[in-house]
Design a protein around this ligand. Structure first.
Ligand code: SF4
Ligand code: SF4
Length: 149
């Protein structure tokens, strides 16, 4: 297969991708399922290690992905024309990287051809989160982490 077919993310803009291509950009890191805190003054976003209780802690995937807003009404749906909202995503996320004109990392499954590489590279949230049904709201600041930005 020609290399250009493999690297559709280099030849297509986000809004030119097929649904299958778009979905394959997600590396299943689980980082967007982490709770975030926003500094009201600066607008800066801080990630915590508190994760949505629906996330599967082993696969770091959502078991209700197709109808996730039924379970979590404010769960994100990413769109190509999201603009500044791409900042809500971690700086390792393929959607954000491509929006910013940056390349994907070598551990991305589209490049490594191994869905485990996101875990092996220490990018996924596997093994380092607390479920949000076990954490009080007023403890959230204590859970801000620097391993995801
Ligand atoms: S942060 Fe991006 S790559 Fe990671 S699970 Fe969320 S959408 Fe997928
Ligand atoms: S509903 Fe699913 S996709 Fe949304 S935050 Fe929870 S685990 Fe993640």
């Amino acid at each position: 297969m020609p290399d250009t077919e493999l690297k559709f993310w280099e030849t297509h803009s986000l809004d030119e991708m097929s649904r299958t291509q778009w979905e394959s950009l997600c590396d299943s890191c689980g980082r967007c399922c982490l709770h975030k805190l926003e500094d009201e003054d600066s607008g800066d976003i801080y990630f915590t290690d508190v994760v949505c209780h629906y996330m599967d802690e082993e696969t770091c995937q959502c078991p209700h992905y197709d109808n996730r807003q039924k379970f979590v009404p404010d769960c994100l749906t990413i769109y190509p024309d999201w603009g500044e909202k791409f900042n809500w995503l971690p700086n390792t996320c393929a959607y954000r990287l491509l929006h910013e004109g940056k390349p994907l990392f070598d551990w991305h499954p589209l490049i490594s051809k191994d869905p485990q590489s996101v875990h092996l590279a220490g990018i996924s949230v596997r093994g380092r989160t607390f479920s949000d049904d076990k954490i009080d709201e007023d403890e959230m600041e204590l859970h801000i982490v620097d391993w995801v930005k």
